[in-house]
Design a protein around this ligand. Sequence first.
Ligand SMILES: CCCCC/C=C\C/C=C\C/C=C\C/C=C\CCCC(=O)SCCNC(=O)CCNC(=O)[C@H](O)C(C)(C)COP(=O)(O)OP(=O)(O)OC[C@H]1O[C@@H](n2cnc3c(N)ncnc32)[C@H](O)[C@@H]1OP(=O)(O)O
Length: 226
Amino acid sequence: MTEVEAAGGRTIGRLEDRRWIGEERAAQLAELAARVRELTEAVVLTEVDSAEIAAVAEQVAALTARLNAARDQYPPMAAEGTNGMVRQLASPVTGRINPIAPPVTVTVCEGGVVRGEFTLNTVYEGPPGFVHGGVTALVLDQMLGLAAASGGVPGLTATLDMCYRRPTPYGVPLTVEARVTRTEGRKTFAEAHVLAPGGKVTVEATAMFVRPLFQLPQGTGASERN
Ligand SMILES: CCCCC/C=C\C/C=C\C/C=C\C/C=C\CCCC(=O)SCCNC(=O)CCNC(=O)[C@H](O)C(C)(C)COP(=O)(O)OP(=O)(O)OC[C@H]1O[C@@H](n2cnc3c(N)ncnc32)[C@H](O)[C@@H]1OP(=O)(O)O
């Protein structure tokens, strides 16, 4: 397939280097990731005594060693989709198998419009009581990139501009909507926003994606489903 060269001669996007996992294994890993998300929040919120913390730390280290007993060099970034497009299962935003992903559930609509549903827990706190602005930027970047890939030209983020209108609450369902505004050659422009319950916009973003001169892997030009 493709060999993609980036700065420093490093190659990216060689999908043939990745393990392609099936639905059953993806679902099993998604279940594990969900348990680890709960663990992460429990670590942040726990009030158990120090002996218990030490005991749990030992057990978690043992569990990590069990998973590392057989381990790959790369995430299984892609699994085959029904339409021949790849699914980035370990995305830090949409990846069901990645414990640091909220994860955002994505729907790709017609005409470069992408919609996502997600809830952030206390782990993502920035200002007390609200979501960290870098986390909403992460989510918006990914959704803008997906809009570009599905309705414009797939590319890397060249610019990302954020406008924080109101603090974003955690622990409640949030919506993110992104759409392509125009395409000029290798450049795709897109806009997006995050909506709190009740429909109030908390964050707006605009971005420009540039299709790199190196060849992108097959499957990056349309929808990403998780
Ligand atoms: C993208 C897919 C990757 C593979 C994934 C595989 C499977 C997944 C499947 C589906 C996924 C689909 C979508 C992915 C979703 C989200 C994406 C995540 C987004 C990221 O997480 S991505 C990481 C952060 N991102 C970078 O790591 C970029 C580092 N950067 C570069 O790699 C280069 O910088 C590059 C390529 C951007 C441009 O480089 P270049 O050499 O090709 O282009 P060049 O300089 O010739 O510019 C051409 C024209 O763009 C204008 N231009 C360029 N840069 C500009 C700027 N900053 N401001 C204003 N204008 C700018 C010029 O002014 C000129 O304009 P003009 O033609 O009018 O003169």
